[in-house]
Design a protein around this ligand. Structure first.
Ligand SMILES: NC(=O)c1ccc[n+]([C@@H]2O[C@H](COP(=O)([O-])OP(=O)(O)OC[C@H]3O[C@@H](n4cnc5c(N)ncnc54)[C@H](O)[C@@H]3O)[C@@H](O)[C@H]2O)c1
Length: 351
């Protein structure tokens, strides 16, 4: 990829899909997981802030910024659970990577597909460090947009062989089962959440509902299970019964954000949690024994998006899956922006 500073590579949805297929979906998940692990290992050097959320009665719009001092990234993302009934998606996103030295953008990209990839890669990283080593069966509760990505990431990165699906909408389960055909995963469609969790070593909840839902009750979670609770990611939007949290060792991305948005909004503000990055660096032990219940209370943090943006930027070094956008004004004299504007008027008059 060659670029000058004033035009910015833009990855459209079509190009993101092609980039993903050229890499291979599972390989892309594994590569992004690698970028996420690398960035979690250098966690302390990042600028970190809870995401900036603008809530309405029906959803949320969020900005998620971070920087490692060399590059700066942000994602724009929404969450509107009612959207699918109107033929729109619950989650859409786009994002940008910029050079800290100049402040100039170096990448603008769709992030709806990329968010699904990075969210699944993040679950897989958490699962790799927290689940029992012999885990082979996962339950996937909530079979919407994120679900196939979640299942495939755990298949590729954690060696999961069977996925047990449940959704309150049987059409979503049918869609998910159909999409996972031929992936090597044994897919079992279930009629209830209880049926789905039977025999599961890992339970991933990824449902969309703007309320404190109870996707899992306490009696559904046995000893030794690892839970990825992904769908509860807003104030007043949770998936697990509080009693499960009280029996679990809880792992989070960034506590300041998770205490606002995650399952742990149900607990006291000082309830002990462990930051996942410290498990990855080996500072803190994740799973101590085979009976412990581990819970990854994943809400999605800006550093994961930064990792995904870095992955795309690096891919473009050897791929032409982008368009150049005339995005940064470029006056000949950098202080004569107005003159540049006037000259354009002359050109328009002459045309
Ligand atoms: N943690 C993160 O980083 C992260 C990233 C992306 C999305 N999310 C969240 O994950 C959730 C799912 O996202 P999506 O894009 O797959 O949404 P989606 O709307 O495509 O799918 C959600 C599915 O959940 C099902 N569902 C709703 N209530 C249920 C219940 N009680 N039991 C079983 N199934 C139920 C719906 O029928 C639907 O099929 C959203 O809440 C979203 O905000 C989190």
């Amino acid at each position: 990829m060659t670029t000058d500073l004033n035009t910015v590579p833009f990855v459209s949805v079509e190009n993101m899909m092609r980039l993903t297929h050229e890499t291979g979906i599972e390989e892309a998940l594994a590569e992004i997981a690698g970028y996420i692990e690398d960035d979690f290992r250098r966690w302390p050097l990042f600028d970190k802030t809870p995401r900036v959320a603008s809530h309405s009665e029906v959803g949320v719009i969020e900005l998620m910024p971070t920087s490692d001092g060399t590059e700066y990234g942000f994602k724009y993302v929404n969450g509107h659970p009612k959207n699918t009934k109107e033929g729109l998606q619950t989650v859409t996103a786009f994002g940008l990577l910029a050079d800290v030295d100049t402040g100039y953008p170096v990448l603008l990209t769709e992030m709806t597909v990329l968010t699904a990839l990075r969210t699944a890669a993040t679950s897989a990283v958490a699962t790799k460090y927290l689940a029992r080593r012999d885990a082979k069966v996962m339950a996937m509760i909530g079979n919407g947009s994120q679900s196939e990505f979640q299942a495939l990431a755990l298949h590729k990165i954690c060696g999961i062989e069977e996925v047990r699906l449940f959704d309150t909408d049987p059409n979503a389960t049918r869609k998910c089962a159909e999409n996972l055909k031929g992936t090597g995963l044994r897919v079992v469609s279930c009629a209830t959440g209880q049926e789905a969790i039977e025999g599961a070593d890992i339970i991933t909840t990824c449902t969309a509902d703007k309320q404190n839902a109870t996707i899992l009750t306490d009696n559904m979670v046995g000893a030794g299970v690892h839970i990825n609770a992904i769908g509860g990611d807003c104030p007043g939007k949770t998936e697990l019964h509080r009693d499960i949290l009280m029996r679990s060792d809880i792992f989070v991305e960034y506590p300041e954000q998770t205490r606002i948005e995650g399952e742990i909004q149900q607990l006291a503000q000082d309830h002990p949690v462990t930051e996942l990055w410290q498990v990855i660096t080996g500072e803190i032990t994740g799973r101590r024994d085979d009976r412990q219940i581990t819970l990854f209370d994943g809400v999605g943090f800006a550093i994961e998006d930064f990792s995904a943006l870095r992955w795309v930027r690096d891919k473009l070094r050897t791929s032409n899956r982008f368009d150049m956008l005339d995005m940064i004004a470029d006056p000949d004299d950098p202080r004569d922006l107005f003159g540049m504007l006037l000259r354009e008027k002359q050109r328009m008059a002459a045309a």
